[in-house]
Design a binder for this molecule. Sequence first.
Ligand code: MOS
Length: 732
Amino acid sequence: MTAHLKMDDPDSRNRLDHMAQGSVGAPLDRPEGPLKVSGRATYANENHPEGTLHGVLVRATASAGTVGEVARDAVLAMPGVRAVLTDARLLRNPAQGTADEAPVQGPDTVAYFGQPIALVVADTFEQARHGAQNLQVKIDAGQAHTDPEDAQTPVEMPDAKQTSQGDLDAAMAQAAFSVDKIYRTPVHSSAPMEPHASVAQWDGDQLTLRGSYQMLNYNINELADSVGIDPAQVRVLAPYVGGGFGSKLGIAPEAVAAALAARELGAPVSIALTRQQVFEATMRRSETRQRIRLAADDTGRLTGIGHEALVSNLPDESFSEPVTQATPFLYRGENRVIGHKIARVNRTCAGSVRAPGESVGVTALETAMDELAHATGIDPVELRKRNVPEQDPTKDIPFSSHTLTQALDEGASRFGWDKRNATPGATRDGEWLIGMGMASAVRVNMMQPANSRVTLTPEGRAVVETDMTDIGTGTYAILTQIASEMLGLPMDRVETRLGDTDFPRGSGSGGSWGAASNGTSVFLACEALRAQIAERIDTDEESLTLTDGAAISGNVRRELSEILAGDTLSAEGHSEPGEAEKKVRQATYGSYFAEVGVNAVTGETRVRRMLGVFAAGRILNPKTARSQCLGGMTFGIGMALTEELMHDARDGHIVNRDFAEYHLPVNADVPQIDVVLLEERDSWANPLQAKGIGELGICGAAAAITNAIFNATGVRVRDYPATLDKILTDLP
Ligand code: MOS
């Protein structure tokens, strides 16, 4: 049987508050943790069936052009080399998330430097690599546009992405205080620890692909489409994924290449991207140029907001960094302009990276708010509180719940914000200039369709099955907790199986929607199982108490195994978004507080301490939720101070293609970070009353740090990251 739910109306039953097991909301360990730390959890490229061949991709050495002659023969003569493939499908961009957004480049077109253009397959990885290094490919170079801000670069301004209300120009002219500045963020790379890898194997016309992916529900269609077969002929397996951060939402070039090569050669083929290839040939986050205008009256209340962004992507790609996603509703203001331009550049395909939109958009907006606070002389926390809207100021619909004010107050008091000296450059500790900064956090809340199956065995054990993934986020833990709670089973009597497209289609991991979306489908399946159990003991589902493997009804307690009497019960849950999305504005909120020291001699910034306060509806597992927030704020430190993927201005190649040169924060860069999770239930979100938390911790975090730099030094950095060269020259 299948239980369906379309989320049209709020669910205020608070069911998870009335269950007896106590699993949901507890800081439980990850059930798969021991497998991971002992090396027994096998990742994509650790599966090499008998006879596996190895492929290495060959990359384009120009940013635009046409693939010409390929000197195959010389490489085919090399030891162990089995094939040199230049199938046109190798040249296509990695798919962007859905099968209907098919890759668009022509068959022989090179669109960016580092694009895969050929594949060498050999008996061993070393032989394939040697062959790939020696393959001569002629590229007839074409006209490339590699700089999004160059006057020659084509720019589109899609009508659907421009909105305005009121008269912002008038509001700016009449404002008691205003800000009108340009902010820039650089290209970012997802940079997951595990490089992308796929092992493809054919059995007749059935393809099995072991990969490292986030969204198997889409990936199966993308792969079938790319290879030209029916999705029913494809099975994708990704039980363990070593981080994705957006780069594994859609299939990457190695998946298609492995599938095609394995079919051609009649043997399993493994392809792992090198670290350099991960940087070059999987999605990047677009750089952004953002003009922000704020108009305020003499009490600091906003009367107008303008947010106009320039981002980039390859020609014809439909994705563009949704920089202004939270601008319509974060703050009050009757006059509003939102603008969006897309420069068509020959740079690696742009896609979702670590909270697309708010990551960089809220960071710029929150820097501008700090500038407004300084201009008005109003405390930055107070300024934000004065501008919290009563309802969505753009759509005139209510908020499903709203916790920004609470997060600001809680953060300010815990951090000791009252000790901040509002005068920039006034606090010194030896050669360090000390400052405090803060920013709001906001991220839209999304729901995706999800399916799960839950099976109760005669012994009273439960198995949860869905093709949902766990990309390091804690999915195994959370889905196990939900089933454990709903069925009254201790955690070790529930097994969650993920990452296999033979299971019901999950929501996939992306956009922070995984736990809440997929969790809802598990919840529904469990409700259906509870109804079956209730029927067997002649009670109704709502008055049934299940705990520690037993059912309690009235004053009678019976073991589940006895009630099941040798039967296996199974149910599927299907959940999908509905009208709730239109009736209310759903988002998650929080606040960041940071203290930095800026070296008065070198201009180097060290984050001394950082606090984040977040609310995301019911927190299903405070331990995994806290980890997500710690990770988000660590990204924030990277965005503020170090992360920047650089393209060579001459030929568009990515210069810093590894972890030595692409500066992610390391342990020494990250101080004590405190995370506080607020108690909240959002009935509009789903029956769990939980919202996404995965990306909330990054959405504005960098601004708290650069605002603290301003407070420490009086230097305003509007061009991220705030490297020391941008600070040093203006130090007091
Ligand atoms: Mo995310 S950047 O939607 O994986």
